[in-house]
Design a protein around this ligand. Sequence first.
Ligand code: URA
Length: 475
Amino acid sequence: MGSPATTPAALPRETIRRTREGLPLDDDEIAAFVAGIADGRIGDAQVGAWAMAVRCRGLDTAATAALTRAMRDSGERLDWSAEGLGGPVVDKHSTGGVGDGTSLVLGPLLAACGAFVPMVSGRGLGHTGGTLDKLEAIPGYQVLPERATLRRVVREVGVAIVGAGPGLAPADQRLYAVRDLTATVDSLPLITASILSKKLAAGLQALVLDVKLGNGAFLAAPEEAEALARSLVEVAGRAGLPADALLSAMDQPLAPVAGNALEVADAIARLRRGPGVPAADGTPDDPTAGGNLDRHDSLVLALGARLLWRAGLDDTPDAARRRLHAAWADGRAAERFARMVAALGGPADLLERPGQHLAAAPVQREVPPLPGQAAAAAVQAIDTRALGDVVVALGGGRLRPGDRVDPRVGLDRLAPIGPRPAGAPLARVHAATAEAAEAAVAAVQAAYRLGDAAVAPLPLLGRIVTAIPPSGHSR
Ligand code: URA
């Protein structure tokens, strides 16, 4: 990006002042500020002050869209038009949760249905898990391949789940690092621009957004989550990217598993067994999910159906859902996953022999209910954020940027909200040491509220937020 003229309005201090006062910012002023973030001309103090001004005063939709475009244009933009792909280029994004391995299943499943998925994913943030950290539990898997490799894998396999790397939306990488240190992550316009700048730079034709609400979400309140969903789809629409957002519950872990290698193993088991078949170990089905699908697999199908329909591969979301179900049940999605892993440097037999490649933690401990609660008939509530923090404390996430992540640790057999067999454990801890396991057992016990009366969890799926009416749907 060229250097913008230094007009008074483009001086960083002036942009910060205008943002702080809630005055309108024009597109050129925003572009100049973002260019200064990307090339380092604007120092951390000014970036932090501006982020705080946005956090406190907000930005209107036009300014958020201008910020998103400027961040998209701060680096490379992928263009798939020369690849001769025989289907739409699509992706899914989640605002972050606990026990949510949907990307690992949905990416290959979309590819098996004829879409092409350059899935630009992130690392764990705060208490939430990150798809890149999960994939790095696979020995040899390259999360930052060369561009030529990314293009080849998307062209030949249909899906590559990778990181943004320094090339895509570099302004976001710098701004995000400053936000993380300045308590300015939870800003609607900044989250919107951060998420969409990377997705737009990846050259998508359609996007589905999974916006979480509930106590394990970044924005827990339904009205906040809905406002974020609306901001995301409106700004995506202004940038020419058709997008829908599904509001989904994060008042309990999505799957009964949280931790990097554990979630990869869980995704492989789901891909292999197909949708709608209960887990062999008796993992309880979720009563709100309907049928015999559990919550995780229900969400995979809901997101995928909306996306394939929005991308024009199917005439109705129902037809898309049938296509997804078939490609999952007959093993095509599992096959795409195996090919993606091998093409990006992982073992060729991961699907057949996950236990040989995914490292296991040396210590495993069951988590009993607290004394006096063993006979309680129901799990009434789960502090989902606290469970995510347990995984981080075990070493499965980062307390500081650059911390090394231990892929082996985490939680599985997590009891869901609802009726429970008397005396049943709440979860199982996978830890690097006995001391870490002990601390985790106590923290998981504290995160569960048990009682005799059953309490209904949030319904898995809430509203669908869309900016483009269905009648505008075309390929
Ligand atoms: N994910 C992102 O990529 N950016 C944010 O700001 C929040 C979640």
